[in-house]
Design a protein around this ligand. Structure first.
Ligand SMILES: [Zn+2]
Length: 390
């Protein structure tokens, strides 16, 4: 019997016996196939246990010719191939294209996520699903096989997309924006017959952030046609090197790092989950205060609902408003509002460097203020600043 070696000097393996499955290895010749058949028949007559050839499957290495394969199949009376079949829920054959073999895991994740109705789910609920359900899908396969790194990254990006918005929205949205970007020519956003930005038109078609960047872009007077240009090289041609250079520069100046330190600390704070998620949204600047809604084109009044007078923006509602000032006073904390140009940035750096004691109280107060504000807006109820104490 030939058996099977995994490399030149390794011992030759002729059989592997699992609980109730057996693997037999032999050379692809009719002679060896006949010997196997003979052995199995002897086994049957001695033990009274016949082999079910219909349920058995066979695998040939790639250099065995088709006619040879048919011949051996006929001798053994086995017709099934071990191809894409699964054994105990895992792929039974893993070749070099691991990514292809384990693609089914990625599809399972997508299916599972699509099944969740995201509109009815709170952010904390979404997070629990993402953290506790999705990782279980590849866990079983991971306990047996080393999965390709890229697969993990792909699953991660599917999870990110779900976290940011529902999967469908995400795809549609990014396609639309990229299409818009491709199709629109700068000239279409000029004032008629002039080389000057039509600010209203730009605002209409782009998010406030992008629009600001666009209108601040200087228009060259002599240039006639549009072209795509990469900002980090002098000739405008894209290179991976320039991207890497830019990235490592941002790393060394600490731009990326203090953000990640702050956010890492945020997820470890001993505070309720909903408050953690709320704080994360504050850091990410995605809390829907009125001036933000206005920027997005939602027709709402812009004044603060708590003091009815000032414009409601992040810094106002959480730090400058008379209501929030009273809240901070009650817990004995005091923040200089004029220190913070952007609340989200200030918050991230505070999270990174603030004392732990403050990091438990402050989120609770911020959340209390937002809770009272929402009660006022949506339920028309007035809360006292004492809410932050409870
Ligand atoms: Zn106010």
């Amino acid at each position: 019997m030939g058996g099977c070696r995994i490399c030149t000097n390794a011992p030759s393996v002729t059989h592997l016996l699992f609980a109730d499955d057996s693997f037999l290895f032999f050379k692809a010749t009719s002679n060896e196939a006949l010997t196997i058949k003979c052995v199995l028949n002897t086994y049957k007559s001695w033990s009274g246990q016949p082999v079910n050839y219909q349920k058995s499957a066979i695998f040939f290495s790639y250099n065995v010719r088709m006619d040879k394969q048919q011949e051996i199949k006929q001798v053994l009376e086995v017709s099934n191939d071990i191809g894409d079949s699964k054994y105990l829920g895992l792929p039974s054959l893993i070749g070099r294209l691991k990514k292809l073999v384990f693609k089914y895991l990625k599809e399972k994740v997508i299916q599972r996520i699509k099944g969740w109705s995201t509109k009815l789910m709170s952010r904390a609920g979404k997070l629990v699903l993402l953290k506790n359900v999705v990782p279980l899908i590849p866990a079983y396969a991971m306990s047996c096989f080393l999965l390709p790194k890229t697969l993990g990254q792909e699953i991660q990006s599917i999870m990110n997309a779900f976290w940011l918005r529902s999967l469908d929205d995400f795809c549609v949205n990014s396609i639309i924006t990229s299409d818009l970007a491709k199709q629109s020519k700068a000239r279409e956003f000029f004032k008629e017959n002039r080389r000057e930005w039509d600010v209203e038109k730009v605002n209409l078609h782009f998010s406030s952030e992008d629009a600001a960047t666009i209108v601040n872009t200087r228009i060259l007077q002599g240039c006639t046609s549009d072209m795509i240009s990469w900002v980090h090289t002098s000739n405008g041609q894209y290179t991976v090197k320039s991207t890497y250079f830019q990235w490592s520069k941002s790393q060394s100046t600490g731009e990326g790092t203090s953000i990640s330190v702050g956010l890492k600390r945020l997820w470890r704070l001993p505070i309720p989950h909903k408050i953690r998620v709320f704080l994360w949204r504050l850091c990410r600047n995605t809390i829907s205060v009125r001036n933000r809604l206005r920027e997005k084109g939602v027709p709402v009044t812009i004044s603060c609902p708590m003091c009815v007078g000032e414009v409601e923006h992040l810094r106002h509602i959480f730090f400058e408003c008379s209501f929030s000032k009273e809240c901070w006073q009650l817990v004995g904390m005091n923040f200089e509002a004029h220190d913070m140009e952007y609340v989200s940035e200030w918050l991230v750096s505070f999270l990174a460097s603030g004392p732990l004691h403050d990091l438990v109280t402050m989120p609770a107060v911020l959340w209390g203020i937002w809770y009272a504000r929402n009660k006022c807006v949506f339920d028309n109820k007035t809360m006292s600043p004492g809410i932050v104490k409870s």
